[in-house]
Design a protein around this ligand. Structure first.
Ligand SMILES: [Zn+2]
Length: 352
């Protein structure tokens, strides 16, 4: 009886000893992989007997309660290094310029890594993105990039095709610039008036469309004056203070006379050659290349002529494509002023 009791005490002691060796290993390996365990959790998970005193249990009378001792704690993980505090800019606000150093692509919400610092985008509210960086969390002002802008310009009208074009532009809420020739304005005053009523920009393209290098300064002055008066008479409004030379051709005389009239010379950057091909496909070939890539860039000025039915069809095709691509349509003067500031009379903008 006494032997059996002794054996059972020894077995119990061995079990306790074994437990005391294994338990800390389990706990510490656990702790290194996880967040530090709150003290309350350790208490509940710890064995109810005193592991540290296990080797003495065998000598204690079994009736006595084991002394209440603190169970061994898993080793505390080493204290984390404090993340460096950003001095400039302040921790809670990171400006757009700083953002460029953090993000490869400022336009998109995506994870970006620059150097050793990982930037995590947590969530976005409107133009603000909550981020987590090596410098700590913060709010990043990240407005969407402005939409690309393009100016449609229609020369040589107004013609009977212009009505259909105006209706289609209105239904798409697209605005354009019309460089009109004076004699057509005199012939179609109601169409010229509708151009202005619909909110488009109207400007001079001379009266009879002469090649400016073949005429005298006085002849050119007469062309400008007559066209100005024709537009004013038809529309009741002053034409926009810009001028497009016929064929995009000008010389020093033309620039000087244009300067006298306060007119900058406006050319283009994309020629659809609509007058040449007279097909929608021909026009679109100047808008989209053979691989299907858009040839139009932010800030482009597109040249067309609203004296052909095919131009209207082609214009609508390209407008719908550009709308799909997120382009915004603006008057050519607005587009150029945003690029160059106040336009200088006699100066040439765009190319041909
Ligand atoms: Zn022309």
């Amino acid at each position: 009886m006494k032997n059996a009791r002794q054996i059972s005490v020894i077995i119990f002691a061995l079990l306790v000893l074994l437990q005391s060796l294994i338990a800390p290993i389990l706990l510490t390996s656990d702790a290194s992989a996880r967040e530090p365990i709150p003290q309350a959790d350790i208490e509940s998970e710890a064995p109810s007997y005193p592991i540290a005193e296990a080797s003495f249990v065998a000598e204690l009378p079994q009736t006595e309660e084991p002394p209440a001792k603190e169970p061994p704690r898993p080793q505390e993980p080493p204290p984390r290094e404090e993340p460096p505090i950003a001095e400039e800019p302040p921790a809670q606000y990171i400006d757009l310029e700083y953002a460029y150093t953090l993000f490869d692509d400022i336009g998109g919400v995506q994870n970006g890594t620059v150097g050793p610092e990982e930037v995590r985008l947590l969530y976005q509210i409107d133009d603000w993105v909550h981020i987590d960086t090596a410098y700590g969390p913060g709010w990043l002002y990240m407005p969407p990039p402005p939409p690309p802008r393009v100016a449609l310009t229609f020369d040589d009208g107004p013609s009977t095709h212009t009505r259909r074009l105006l209706t289609a532009l209105a239904s798409r809420r697209v605005t354009a610039t019309f460089f009109v020739v004076g004699w057509r304005v005199t012939e179609n005053p109601e169409i010229a008036a509708r151009i202005v009523e619909d909110g488009h920009e109207i400007a001079s393209h001379t009266y009879y469309h002469p090649l400016l290098t073949r005429i005298s300064a006085n002849h050119f002055r007469g062309e400008l004056t007559r066209t100005h008066n024709a537009i004013l008479a038809a529309t009741g409004a002053e034409p926009a203070p810009i001028f497009r030379p016929p064929y995009g051709i000008h010389n020093r005389m033309a620039r000087n006379v244009a300067a006298e009239f306060g007119l900058p010379l406006i050319l283009w950057s994309v020629d659809t050659r609509d007058w040449e091909t007279r097909t929608v496909e021909g026009i679109m070939s100047h808008i989209v290349d053979g691989d299907g890539n858009l040839r139009i860039r932010d800030g482009d000025i597109i040249l067309m002529h609203d004296v052909f039915g095919t131009t209207v069809d082609g214009a609508l095709r390209l407008i719908d494509l550009l709308l799909e691509e997120g382009f915004v349509f603006v008057h050519v003067s607005e587009l150029l002023e945003s690029q160059y500031g106040t336009l200088q009379p006699g100066a040439v903008y765009g190319r041909r």
